[in-house]
Design a protein around this ligand. Structure first.
Ligand code: SAH
Length: 255
């Protein structure tokens, strides 16, 4: 009797251990990279793929400079995606972040950031904070960043995340980015990460002479054109179509 009691207790204990271990493994899988070291390796692999893609697409016309690649390699993208998707954090693809929005594909983030041709100390405005990932990449380049998000829960989460990850040079607010952030402008660089039907005039006004804006323009839920808008020293504006892209629409009162 005594023996069988012990046995069943024993098997209960080992059952518990097995279950505990399974739970633990599940949690690790959910958590994404098992260690900081794994994340570094995965990030490097992702950035190699991004650099390769940039060299091959359009015969290298969208080549991405080493400073941007290095900055992105320092950002823990797994911190910016929802927990169940962390295993995909270092795949070179967009991922849903809730509220029908997405964190952009790393390749697109790299290309758009590179087009801005920024230098440390520059002031940048981002429209569409989303997860805060693009803002973190700009901060890693030494920029002072102001970022606007129209969906309050996303804005709140991103602000908390950027604070926790100590991106102190990023300021965020909830609002309609169409109007820009005139009190903080003018900006050396403006990046719009949602598709607009046209270049918002307030954003153009808040761009410094010599500054650059990157913005997807076109119909919502279709392919748009990524535009590079440059304000010349004399205040004139040059606009170039850079590549086809697909972004979630710019919402608010002006779309
Ligand atoms: N840059 C983000 C991805 C942006 S997805 C990142 O790195 O994760 C586009 C974001 O633009 C969405 O979060 C969407 O809510 C936001 N958005 C759409 N219209 C907007 C507007 N008028 N003003 C500010 N943000 C807007």
């Amino acid at each position: 009797m005594a023996e069988s009691w012990k046995e069943s207790e024993l098997s209960k204990t080992s059952d518990c251990r097995v279950r505990g271990l399974a739970l633990c493994l599940f949690a690790i899988l959910l958590a994404g990279p098992a260690s900081a070291q794994d994340a570094v390796g995965e990030r490097r692999a992702m950035m190699e793929e991004v650099a390769q893609m940039a060299r091959t697409i359009g015969a290298g016309r969208q080549d991405v400079g080493p400073a941007v690649l290095a900055a992105m390699e320092r950002v823990s993208r797994h911190e910016f995606v929802p927990l169940p998707l962390r295993i995909h954090a270092y795949d070179n693809r967009p991922l849903p972040i809730g509220h029908g929005q997405t964190i952009s594909q790393p390749y697109i983030v790299a290309v758009m950031t590179d087009m801005l041709k920024v230098s440390a100390g520059d002031a940048a405005l981002e429209i569409g904070t989303g997860s805060g990932y693009q803002a973190a990449v700009l901060a890693e380049l030494g920029l002072r960043v102001w970022s606007i998000e129209i969906v309050k829960p996303l804005a709140d989460d991103a602000a908390e995340r950027l604070r926790r990850l100590r991106y102190r040079s990023v300021a965020t607010k909830v609002g309609d980015g169409y109007d820009g952030w005139p009190e903080r402008g003018p900006f050396d660089a403006i990046v719009v990460t949602a598709a607009a039907s046209h270049v918002p005039p307030p954003l153009l006004r808040q761009l410094k002479p010599g500054g650059r804006m990157v913005i997807p323009v076109g119909a919502p839920f279709q392919t748009q054109q990524l535009l590079l808008v440059e304000k010349r020293a004399d205040g004139g504006v040059t606009t170039r179509q850079m590549m086809p892209v697909r972004f979630v629409p710019l919402t608010g009162g002006h779309e």
